[in-house]
Design a protein around this ligand. Structure first.
Ligand code: ZN
Length: 297
């Protein structure tokens, strides 16, 4: 207080010009002081931030180390989907013809895959990859849907000849009906290294079913029937028509499936895609087939 009083007395005695100069000097001294204090504070904040960045990275690294599967990189695996392996018949509607692949074309396609250095794997192999197991350099999945008899009579001999394996997605109500597999054929496929996958009980539009009891009949019951017949646990599922809803995925997971295939066209998969694995439906269009195999999508 005494100091302020002294300054006031000095100012009072000064002439106007001197007063202005004196006050300007005081103002400059205060400004320089404020500038230094604030600069020091900013430098401290910056320093603290520099310290906290490595701290954040460290937390992230700790998380990554605790879940090693997150480190598994995405992988390119073309997933091919077939239905009937037969020549189209005269008068067959075009809408049905797209589900036919001529046995000669099927053979050409398998030979092409081999020539390109591809090795067939199962859906279970792909799931295991995301748990840290290794895969061949160029993996491919061949899947055949609906348990159609022509797959057994025409596709299996060609697969065997080429030393390749495939996944057969069956819906249980169809097994034993004319033009479909018998249970004996399903057991034989399973015994000779082919993967059997679930494809529901009656091949409905699963995404339309919201009643969980009905969903369980389609998903859980059909899984049990297949497992009892082949004496093995099955882990791969294919949504009928490639369609699903979040509730369908929950039921699939709860039933114990570890992967599920949908439609759409992409060949690179991540661990997060395991219940929505993209695939390509194969037709007699060989140009398209070559494009799919060589496409880097
Ligand atoms: Zn189907």
């Amino acid at each position: 207080m005494l100091c302020l009083k002294t300054i006031y007395a000095i100012i009072k005695d000064m002439k106007l010009k001197l007063k202005i100069i004196f006050l300007t000097v005081i103002f400059l001294i205060i400004s320089i002081g404020v500038f230094f204090v604030s600069n020091k504070k900013n430098a401290r904040i910056k320093f603290e931030n520099q310290l906290s960045i490595p701290a954040k990275i460290d937390t992230l690294n700790t998380k990554v180390t605790s879940t090693p599967s997150k480190l598994i990189p995405p992988i390119r695996v073309p997933i091919l989907v077939y239905h009937s392996i037969r020549p189209s018949y005269v008068g067959e509607p075009n809408a049905n013809k797209i589900y036919d692949v001529h046995p000669n074309n099927f053979e050409k396609q398998l030979k092409y895959l081999k020539a390109q250095g591809y090795t067939t794997i199962s859906f279970e192999d792909l799931t295991n990859y995301f748990d840290g197991k290794s895969l061949p350099t160029k993996p491919v999945i061949i899947s055949l849907d609906d348990g159609l008899e022509t797959q057994f009579t025409n596709a299996v001999p060609i697969l065997n000849k080429e030393g390749m394996t495939a996944t057969f997605f069956i819906y249980t109500n169809a097994i034993g009906r004319p033009k479909f597999f018998t249970w004996e054929q399903v057991r034989e496929l399973s015994k000779f290294n082919m993967e059997i996958g679930g494809h529901s009980k009656s091949h409905p539009y699963l995404w339309k079913i919201t009643d969980t009891t009905k969903l369980k009949i389609e998903i859980v019951e059909s899984k049990k029937i297949i497992e009892e017949q082949i004496g093995k646990t099955i882990t791969a599922f294919a949504y009928p028509f490639g369609l699903h809803k979040p509730i369908t995925i929950s039921e699939i997971k709860e039933a114990g499936y570890t992967s599920a295939r949908i439609g759409f066209e992409r060949t690179t998969h991540t661990k997060d895609d395991l219940y929505t694995l993209h695939s390509f439906m194969v037709t007699n269009d060989m140009k398209r087939f070559y494009a799919v195999i060589n496409n880097q999508k």
